[in-house]
Design a protein around this ligand. Sequence first.
Ligand code: PLP
Length: 393
Amino acid sequence: MKINPNYANVKKSYLFIEIAHRLREYTAAHPDADIIKMGIGDVTLPLAPAVVGAMHKAADEMGKKETFRGYVDDNGYDFLINAIKGYYKKLGVDLDYWEIFVSDGAKSDLGNILDLFDSDNTVLVTDPVYPVYVDTNVMAGRKIIYADANEANGFLPMPDPSVRADIIYLCTPNNPTGAAYTRAQLKEWVDYAKAQGAVILLDSAYEAFVTDPDVPHSAYEIEGARDCVIEFCSLSKTAGFTGTRCGYTIVPKTLKADGDLNAMWLRRQTTKFNGVAYVIQRAAEAVFTDEGQRQIRENIAYYQENAKILMAGLDRCGIKYFGGKNSPYIWLKCPDGMGSWEFFDRLLKEANVVGTPGEGFGVNGKGYFRLTSFSTHERTQEATERLYRMLNG
Ligand code: PLP
């Protein structure tokens, strides 16, 4: 037996372990400290009533002989696939039923999709980056190259025609920077991918947070994207499904490759995955109803208000930041030339606020810091006031 040697090359998941370690150490010494946590990107509001109602109803159906369901249909139940199809239709995007695959969330599919690609492919990711794109490819032994996201390009790197890439990851709106590509910018990436014969794996986990009319909700709003983009969507941040688990992946039948990626993905999923639970698919269906959409929009609006509170607080402190407008994340430049971890420590000890050091997401994150809007208005406001006091004595 030989193990996969590539695992030795996967970096230890140092970031959140180190944050937890420093937090534990501090709270052990200061057990009464009132800590405001704005680090981890998990939602805080509960599921919408329409979603919970659908789950209850579906659970009851599972308990009756006449309505019990066993194994799930191929790529998801038709009621959910049609609901997703309808959602895209409202964006002006026509999808074929068999291009939509229901999943247990974006993270699984972002990793699993790599089954379809040879290990001899060059992978292009941005830096800073959501670490899953890097780790899954390191596990498979692929070569990874980086596109710099920095202040000069507004944390939105554009393609360099002189760079060869086969698999391109784009996350827009971005985790961790909160930056989001406009239609025109995404079109440049689509044109580049087509010219290279590359595929774009587009992570749109945060599309529901988009407010800017120039920023697309789906890559398929861009001409030519059906030729080169696989899109990964999630109800985690859209509808608070981080613990409930449901998402969907779009694999167009028109993707240009030396094989039928849509057919390969169906084959892969029906071989290695047995679908998302009926109760959860009914819950997901409820997200797309008028009532569900109204309710989840209320929750998103609540988080967006937190982002505004944070941005106003940072403006008051004179701190430069990115994101926030189309995203639950705010990516700030650490004040007074502080390093990410230095700022983390000061913020923890002097303001009792926890965030995420930017350098945990890549070299270009050095000197930057991520705050999230997944909190309450009161705690978010309090955090900004503590930050102001920390910097102004
Ligand atoms: N993609 C990005 C960019 C994320 O930030 C996250 C979660 O934090 C995910 C995917 C994971 O989504 P899911 O919960 O659907 O697996």
